[in-house]
Design a protein around this ligand. Structure first.
Ligand SMILES: NC(=O)NC1=NC(=O)NC1=O
Length: 173
């Protein structure tokens, strides 16, 4: 899809296509739409990120809370969004052993209890051994630093998803 096609979209089309660039946060796409026209993918991405950066901390934490746990109940139940499903499967999280899954569930629960939002990491840059290692490491970080780190992961996920969408053939959308 080329950027001219993106710039020609009405609000409904734009949110249909880009609404899940940030997991379960279509509001961001609805806000970014009004910033068109975009010069290229990088410019589009910049507007998504600027929206996130401009939010109050409560809004930023809200974005994190919209993310399903890695290897959590939604993965088991098959209720993940298509993008999350692909990302988590690609990291090998669908084939964890019972003990691996239990350890991740425990670490996710500790993390959420400490920070008040779920552990978020760009699964496409990770794998089944790195996820628990990163979770255990970040569990020890100061809250303010961890919020920044987690939002950085949201941006990595968004960047990959936007790149996929811009590469996608509109006929298949
Ligand atoms: N909690 C998460 O980090 N979730 C996810 N990361 C991804 O890359 N996809 C997800 O669903």
């Amino acid at each position: 899809m080329d950027i001219e096609k993106v710039n020609s979209m009405d609000l409904g089309e734009f949110v249909d296509v880009f609404g899940n660039a940030t997991e379960r946060c279509p509001l961001i796409a609805a806000a970014v739409w009004s910033q068109r026209p975009f010069s290229d993918l990088e410019d589009l991405e910049k507007h998504f990120f600027a929206f996130i950066d401009a939010l109050a901390q409560s809004g930023q934490e809200g974005i994190l809370r919209c993310h399903p746990d890695l290897a959590g109940s939604e993965l088991q139940r098959g209720t993940l969004t298509a993008e999350s499903q692909r990302e988590q499967s690609g990291a090998g999280l669908r084939s964890l052993g019972a003990d691996e899954r239990l350890r991740l569930a425990e670490l996710n629960a500790q993390y959420r209890a400490r920070f008040g939002f779920p552990f978020v990491l760009a699964a496409r840059f990770s794998d089944r051994t790195a996820v628990p290692r990163e979770l255990a490491r970040r569990l020890l970080c100061p809250s303010a630093q961890e919020l920044r780190t987690a939002l950085g992961e949201v941006k990595k996920i968004g960047s990959l998803r936007l790149a996929d969408l811009l590469r996608a053939d509109p006929a298949k959308l």
